[in-house]
Design a protein around this ligand. Structure first.
Ligand code: CP
Length: 311
C-alpha cells in the first residue's frame, strides 16, 4: 500500500488483513499496552485544512503510540495564511522527509493533486464530499466485529448523502465486502443517480426498519451547502428523519446504529439512541485508533513488526 486516498483502493483481502491486525491492536490497547517501537525513525505529518476531532487526534495518537515523530499543522497557523499554495506547502513539507502525510482538505481530489509532487505516502483524511477511506475502514471493521462478516447484510445510510464523503466511502467498501447498501433521507440530500455509487433509494423509515441490519446516521453537512436552505428547519428534520426511541424500536432485533461523528443530539439522533445498546457509535471511535495504527504501519512497510509487537 503506497497511499490511501479512496475506499476503491481497499480490496477484500486488504480489508481482512487490516481487520485482523486492528483487532489485535485493539486488544493490546485494552490491556493498557500503548507504546510500540514499530514506527521508530519514521515521521508522520498531520495537515488539516478543516476542523476535526476524531480523525486528527487518532492519527496523532496512532503515530505516537507507534513511536513515530508526529508533526501537526493547522492551516490557520501555517504559511498558507501568507498565500503559499497547497502544492508548495506539501513540497516544502516533503523536503523534511516525512514518511506519511495525512491530509484533510475541503477540495475533492486534493490528495490526487498533490500526490505526484511528493515522495511521502499520503492518507486522505477527508477531501470535501469525495472520500474518507479510514472512516470507511473503521466503520467496516466495527460492523465486521459485530456480524463476523458483511456478506448479504443490508446497510442503510440515512441523511445528507450527496454532501457526505462518509456515505460514498462506506458504500464502496461495504459493497466490496458483500453488503447491499441503501440510502434514505430528504430528497435534496439524495443522489440523483444512486446507481452511480451502487446504492438503492428507500422511500420511508418503515422500509429502512424492515430490511436493515445496520443503519448509518449522518450529520447534515451545512458547511457544504453554499448557504442554500435545503431543509425548512432542523426541528423538522429531526421529526421526519431523526433516529429516536420509537424508530429504534422499529429496527430488527439485532440491528445496530452507527454515526461517524460529530453528531448533533436532537437532530439526526437523540439521547436515547446514543445511550442505546444498539449504538456502536463509541466503538467506532475506539476502532478508529487501531485501524489508523495499522494503516500507518502498512504505509511505512512495518506491518510484520506491528504484528510481532502486539502479540
Ligand atoms: N468522523 C470524522 O471524520 O470526525 P472528525 O471530523 O472529528 O475527524
Amino acid at each position: 500500500m503506497e497511499h490511501l486516498i479512496s475506499a476503491e483502493e481497499i480490496s477484500r483481502e486488504r480489508f481482512y488483513e487490516i481487520y485482523r491486525l486492528s483487532r489485535k491492536v485493539k486488544k493490546a490497547l485494552k490491556e493498557d499496552r500503548k507504546k510500540f517501537s514499530v514506527l521508530r525513525g519514521k515521521c508522520v505529518v498531520n495537515l488539516f485544512f478543516e476542523p476535526s476531532t476524531r480523525t486528527r487526534s487518532s492519527f496523532e495518537k496512532a503515530g505516537k503510540f507507534l513511536s513515530a515523530d508526529v508533526i501537526n499543522i493547522t492551516a490557520s497557523a501555517s504559511s498558507l495564511k501568507k498565500g503559499e499554495s497547497l502544492i508548495d506547502t506539501l513540497k516544502n513539507l516533503d523536503m523534511m522527509h516525512p514518511d506519511v502525510i495525512v491530509l484533510r482538505h475541503p477540495c475533492e481530489g486534493a490528495c490526487y493533486t498533490v500526490k505526484r509532487f511528493i515522495n511521502a505516502s499520503i492518507v486522505n483524511a477527508g477531501d470535501g464530499r469525495h472520500q474518507h477511506p479510514t472512516q470507511a475502514l473503521l466503520d467496516a471493521v466495527t460492523l465486521t466485529e459485530y456480524f463476523e462478516n458483511l456478506e448479504g447484510k443490508k446497510i442503510a445510510i440515512i441523511g445528507d448523502i450527496v454532501n457526505s464523503r462518509v456515505a460514498r466511502s462506506d458504500a464502496i467498501l461495504f459493497k466490496t465486502l458483500g453488503a447491499e447498501v441503501f440510502v434514505y433521507g430528504p430528497s435534496p440530500y439524495m443522489p440523483r443517480f444512486p446507481e452511480a455509487i451502487g446504492v438503492k433509494k428507500l422511500s420511508s423509515f418503515e422500509e429502512v426498519a424492515e430490511i436493515s441490519d445496520a443503519v448509518v446516521l449522518l450529520r447534515i453537512q451545512l458547511e457544504r451547502q453554499n448557504a442554500r436552505k435545503t431543509f425548512p428547519s432542523l426541528r423538522e428534520y429531526a421529526e421526519l428523519y431523526g433516529m429516536n426511541k420509537k424508530r429504534l424500536s422499529m429496527l430488527k432485533k439485532d440491528a445496530v446504529v452507527l454515526h461517524p461523528g460529530p453528531f448533533n443530539r436532537g437532530v439526526e439522533l437523540n439521547n436515547d439512541v446514543v445511550m442505546s445498546e444498539k449504538s456502536l457509535i463509541f466503538n467506532q471511535v475506539e476502532t478508529g485508533l487501531a485501524v489508523r495504527m495499522v494503516v500507518l504501519s502498512l504505509l511505512c512497510r512495518r506491518k510484520e513488526r506491528l504484528e510481532e509487537e502486539v502479540q
